[in-house]
Design a protein around this ligand. Structure first.
Ligand code: NAP
Length: 257
């Protein structure tokens, strides 16, 4: 016997950065729970591999090549999702880039700064604006689940551009959770701990980093993309309709140790 509250049949999710890592972890789970899923990414090869895997879980899944830092591409992609599925019930602005974290702050160029802000902040704004426009028009509620980061609430040396976007995502989420409540749209942010993905490949390949960080994670392992499936299903489901404005840490205990 399963709990009906987590059945996502008839709902549609947009997951940016859904072709790998945490976004693919979200996508696998919501697709398995019955949702129609549209994943977005810029890399055609990654898109092709991910959609083959997702369609084996739920044949209705689809993929769009979209650079979220382009307002035009986001608007076109959201229109294509609405055309295909007729609705949008959940939006996971998850696409992100890490940027340079090797240069001291005072040596960061404008390009270092803007290349991160364009994707991680402007991209999130474009995505959420287009998604909420549709959700408000539908009048049936919805789910906004933003992938933030521990850097939003902890000092991140040499990574101020990235951390600034992740802090801004929490601020954006809080404003949305209050403003969108009247439309029964929930908004929450997820703070993942250290997760084994393409983004962390460099750091996790560096033994000194591994030796220093693993002992600071009570669960004594890196997170895996599939550790994020359950929260995606929950936030998208009818079971979480009174849960909004929250910052949800999934980090193996890292932040409290
Ligand atoms: P990942 O596997 O590298 O995923 C990043 C995703 O973003 C990819 O699907 C990538 O697809 C997409 N993307 C990048 N630039 C894009 C753009 N301009 N337009 C559309 N899609 C774009 O790394 P991840 O760790 O899963 O990252 C997912 C999110 O989690 C990010 O927001 C990241 O900041 C956050 N996060 C990660 C960790 C961690 O430890 N891994 C911790 C905290 C937060 P393409 O390459 O095809 O564009």
């Amino acid at each position: 016997m399963t709990y009906d509250g987590f059945d996502l049949t008839g709902k549609t999710a947009v997951i940016t950065g859904g072709n790998s890592g945490i976004g693919l972890g979200f996508a696998r789970a919501v697709a398995a729970a019955g949702a129609d899923v549209s994943i977005w990414g810029t890399n055609p090869d990654k898109n092709a591999v991910a959609i083959t895997e997702l369609q084996a879980i739920n044949p209705s899944a689809s993929v769009i090549q979209c650079d979220v830092s382009s307002e035009e591409q986001v608007e076109e992609s959201m229109a294509a999702v609405i055309e295909r599925y007729g609705r949008i019930d959940a939006c996971f602005p998850n696409a992100g880039v890490g940027g340079s974290n090797t240069k001291p702050f005072h040596e960061h160029s404008n390009e270092d700064w803007f290349s991160v802000i364009d994707v991680n902040l402007h991209g999130v704004f474009f995505t959420l604006r287009a998604a909420t426009r549709q959700m408000v028009a539908q009048g049936e509620g919805g789910t906004l689940a933003l992938t933030s980061s521990g850097t939003a609430i902890q000092g991140s040396p040499k990574g101020q551009a990235y951390a600034s976007t992740k802090g801004a995502m929490i601020a954006m989420m809080m404003g949305l959770s209050v403003e969108m409540a009247r439309y029964k749209i929930t908004a929450n942010a997820i703070i993942p701990g250290w997760v084994e993905t393409a983004m962390t490949e460099g750091a996790f390949g560096y033994q000194k980093f591994v030796d220093n960080v693993i002992p600071r994670i009570p669960m004594r392992r890196w997170g895996q993309p599939d550790d994020f499936g359950a929260i995606a299903v929950y936030l998208m489901s009818d079971a979480s309709r009174w849960h909004t404005g929250d910052v949800i840490k999934i980090d193996g205990g890292f932040s409290i140790f």
